[in-house]
Design a protein around this ligand. Structure first.
Ligand code: HEM
Length: 375
């Protein structure tokens, strides 16, 4: 690592530590979302962020979906989702995440500062939901609901879920995480505090990690999620958009993942990815796999091409996480689904580049496995 990149990595780690401090603080700072704009707000950049969404909505939405599935492997995000018991069965999960999609669509297309806009109403509704969950999580009744959700698992799926979990655990146990000592130390600190019940159910740190799910993959690996040809101005706009959404949803500026510049935000996201890898390395659970399976099964009602293993393998590849055992365990049908995601996101809807790259694909390891390679 060069001196310069070493220095930027240290800076990003320091910033991450500051965000990690947010684990001690409630995620909600207000009952009503703020009406005053923060000093850093730039309306032109915000509009640029919304325009960026209009042009790249498919990649942005699909990457959000993949991050959601991966995000279930963060126990702190999984637990609140389990105790609301709104995503235990595939159709419930589909309804719940379609609702999320509708909210996010309103944020991307309306003005959140206009007191009568649908975006503002939606942000207020979501804040109220979060507040309710934060309160519920602190009660014994809330904790019991998690046990109930586990007991209520659909046993029809249990075999498939356990088989997938076995593969995931074999892969995640072999993960080589850069800076692993740094993350191990933070992780054990967080576990101890959780066991001593010293942390709020929904914290500022949790909000920041969730915020990453909405914009992290497009910003770090645009080509892997189907975003081709974005400009620096686009990235500035996208960051301004998510910085504003974070602010409106209650993230204190100190804990907002979106920084002043694109480069700083990317550096910080890299550290967050390391933390995420460490997290799945130590905590790949049956509950998380079950919920991920349910979410994917639900969405299969909309798109038959979705399957858990191909989605996890593709989503992990985005973040450079190798899932060899899972990859090798996929059936022909799952390989086909993987190939569809891969082709769709890498080449999207640009037919010229798709035709050229298809040739390359036909000689790749995936096509050998599928028996498609040309002689
Ligand atoms: C920037 C961060 C976040 C964003 C943008 C966000 C977005 C949303 C949206 C759009 C909804 C409405 C979904 C619906 O109508 O069903 C929602 C609800 C919810 N959110 Fe968040 N959220 C964030 C952070 C979090 C965090 C950190 C947690 C938990 C640790 C969380 C847990 C929930 C839960 C449990 C619900 C209620 C819906 C359900 O019952 O499943 N959210 N969130």
């Amino acid at each position: 690592m060069s001196l310069e990149s070493n220095a930027s990595n240290c800076r990003a780690k320091e910033k991450f530590l500051q965000i990690f401090e947010g684990r001690k603080f409630e995620m909600l700072r207000y009952d009503t979302i703020p009406s005053e704009k923060p000093d850093w707000y730039d309306h032109d950049q915000f509009l640029q962020g919304q325009d960026f969404y209009r042009r790249f909505s498919v990649g942005i939405l699909f990457s959000k979906f993949m991050s959601l599935v991966l995000g279930l492997f963060f126990p702190r995000l999984l637990r609140p989702l389990m105790f609301t018991r709104r995503s235990e069965r595939p159709l419930d999960a589909l309804r719940r995440y379609t609702a999320t999609g509708m909210h996010v669509f309103l944020w991307y297309t309306r003005d959140p500062w206009d007191p009568d806009s649908k975006s503002r109403k939606s942000l207020q509704e979501v804040t109220t939901m979060h507040r309710h969950i934060a309160r519920m999580g602190e009660t014994t009744q809330g904790r019991q609901k998690i046990q109930e959700a586990m007991a209520n698992m659909d046993t029809d799926y249990l075999g498939a879920v356990e088989e997938a979990l076995h593969c995931f655990q074999e892969d995640t146990s072999k993960l080589q995480v850069p800076d692993s000592e740094f993350f191990a130390c933070l992780h054990s600190q967080l576990k101890e505090e959780e066991e001593a019940m010293e942390l709020p159910t929904l914290s500022q740190f949790d909000l920041a990690l969730t915020q990453m799910g909405f914009f992290g993959a497009p910003l770090l690996y645009p080509h892997r999620v189907g975003i081709h040809g974005a400009t620096e101005r686009d990235w500035e706009g996208f960051i301004m958009f998510w910085r504003t959404m974070g602010y409106l949803l209650g993230i204190d500026d100190k804990y907002n993942l979106c920084q002043d510049t694109v480069a700083e935000t990317r550096e910080l996201l890299q550290v967050c990815c390391g933390y995420f890898s460490w997290q799945v390395h130590v905590d790949c659970s049956l509950a998380a796999t079950f919920m991920a399976f349910t979410v994917v099964e639900g969405h299969r009602k909309l798109n038959q091409g979705l399957r858990l293993k191909p989605l996890i393998v593709y989503a992990s590849t985005i973040y450079d996480i190798k899932m060899e055992k899972t990859r090798k365990s996929m059936t022909w049908h799952e390989w086909f689904c993987y190939m569809k995601i891969w082709r769709f996101l890498r080449y999207g809807w640009n037919s010229d580049s798709a035709a050229a790259d298809e040739q390359q694909f036909l000689h790749s390891e995936h096509s050998l496995k599928l028996g498609l390679a040309h002689n």
